[in-house]
Design a binder for this molecule. Structure first.
Ligand code: GLC
Length: 436
């Protein structure tokens, strides 16, 4: 009897358990099915954050981002607009990386930042993502600037080179050939000013910021000087060629071919003066071309472009600029970020970007592309300039090196220090920084 009761009890417990096990089993199956359906229904796109200067954002948004998002519906590019000076933008990226867990997935890098960002371990190594063969489609200097200690950290999105713009119409009318030397530039400027054709002869970037260093390496190259030798870390700032280059720039203000305010100008201030028809010459990047030649521009069709003037001992200096895309080490979406880089640096995207914004491609074939040449006939020549461009020293301490030059050069240009004293200090601070 007892046995029968025990058996019945166990049977009931067993039946209950069977019921529970079955219930749990069904719940698990339902849960799994639910979970596998759920993300598909509510899946949010991967968002890649990308910081850039505000003027750059416009052409990005106009075309290539839309195209990329259509091709990749699961990925969205979120542009964050930053200040319009590359060194301020660099500060934003730098502080985000230093604080850790940077909000930026893609890193839009000026050519001068890569060694610093790579040395600080803020970027993913991209070396194995692209073959040597694929890299040969890009200009060599554009790629070299993105390597650090043999590894590749960014893919060039666009190149850039400093050029001399001039009023072809006014020079022709006055019987002048385009200038070759610094003396020519001064002589033509003064003559056109005296004739009342222009208020100013020559406008350039003289404000204390990165653009000052970029402009200065061109004048320095023209006088046969150098800033820092990246191999030996020798510093040439206190050499006679550097002082002659500074004297030339100071002189443009003293004799009135450059406005006194030039020591506060960035690229855009100088472009506006030139575009309004108020200057015969302008030092700037190729983005100016489509703007100055727009239908609404007073100088539409009246300008030409050439490499910078130089002395007998120097060369035409065209500073290499340009922007490349890397991936932040802290991103949660490295694969999506690589997809974006592959598209934005592709021939198709670059062609569109260049046609829209007048930027310089980093892919060599595009300099000869029929659509691009039809719009920018000077691009085949520009390829030669890119190949011989002058690099700002590609060293990890570049930001501090440039900061030293900017401070002392600005002091010399605004006569707060003599060029000799300013450059003696700049050279010794730079040597100290580089451990020379
Ligand atoms: C342009 C160049 C960049 C340079 C900057 C200076 O954006 O592409 O390399 O540092 O101008 O203002």
């Amino acid at each position: 009897m007892l046995n029968l009761q025990v058996v019945n009890k166990f049977r009931k417990i067993f039946q209950k358990l069977k019921f529970r096990v079955a219930a749990i089993f069904i719940a698990v199956i339902f849960g799994m099915v639910f979970l596998s359906i759920q993300p598909a229904q509510t899946q949010q796109p991967v968002v890649l954050n990308l910081l850039m200067t505000a003027p750059d954002a416009q052409p990005w948004r106009q075309g290539i981002i839309k195209d990329f998002e259509i091709k990749n519906p699961g990925i969205r590019i979120n542009i964050i607009e930053g200040p319009n000076a590359t060194n301020l933008l660099e500060d934003l990226y730098t502080s985000a990386f230093i604080l850790g867990d940077s909000p930026y997935d893609l890193v839009n890098m000026d050519v001068i930042w890569t060694p610093k960002f790579a040395a600080a371990n803020w970027l993913l190594d991209l070396t194995d993502r692209i073959t040597q063969q694929e890299l040969t489609a890009f200009s060599r200097l554009d790629v070299e600037g993105r390597r650090y200690k043999g590894k590749l950290y960014a893919i060039p999105m666009r190149s850039d080179v400093g050029m001399l713009y001039y009023r072809e119409d006014l020079l022709k009318e006055a019987g002048f050939n385009p200038p070759e030397s610094f003396e020519d530039l001064v002589k033509i400027s003064q003559s056109l000013q005296q004739k009342g054709k222009v208020n100013w002869g020559y406008v350039w970037q003289g404000k204390q910021y990165e653009g000052l260093s970029a402009m200065f390496v061109e004048i320095l190259e023209g006088f046969g000087g150098y800033w820092v030798n990246p191999e030996t870390l020798e510093v040439g700032l206190d050499q006679p060629e550097t002082l002659a280059a500074i004297e030339f720039l100071k002189n443009t203000i003293q004799i009135g071919i450059s406005p006194p305010g030039v020591t506060t100008y960035q690229e855009e201030e100088t472009r506006r003066i030139f575009q309004n028809g108020n200057s015969a010459f302008l030092r700037n990047w190729p983005y100016v071309w489509p703007l100055a030649n727009a239908e609404s521009s007073p100088i539409d069709g009246k300008i030409a472009i050439k490499p910078m003037v130089h002395t007998k001992n120097g060369n035409s200096g065209a500073c290499l600029g340009g922007w490349a895309l890397g991936i932040s080490k802290s991103t949660k979406h490295p694969e999506a970020a690589w997809k974006a880089i592959s598209y934005f640096t592709s021939e198709e995207a670059q062609r569109k970007f260049v046609l829209e914004a007048g930027f310089v491609p980093s892919r060599r074939s595009l300099f000869l592309d029929p659509q691009i040449v039809a719009k920018y006939p000077h691009y085949p020549q520009l390829l030669k300039v890119v190949d011989q461009a002058v690099l700002r020293p590609p060293i990890a301490q570049y930001a501090q090196t440039s900061d030293i030059l900017q401070r002392y050069l600005s002091a010399a240009l605004t006569s707060r220090m003599t060029p000799e004293v300013a450059m003696k200090n700049a050279a010794s601070e730079t040597r100290q920084l580089l451990g020379r």
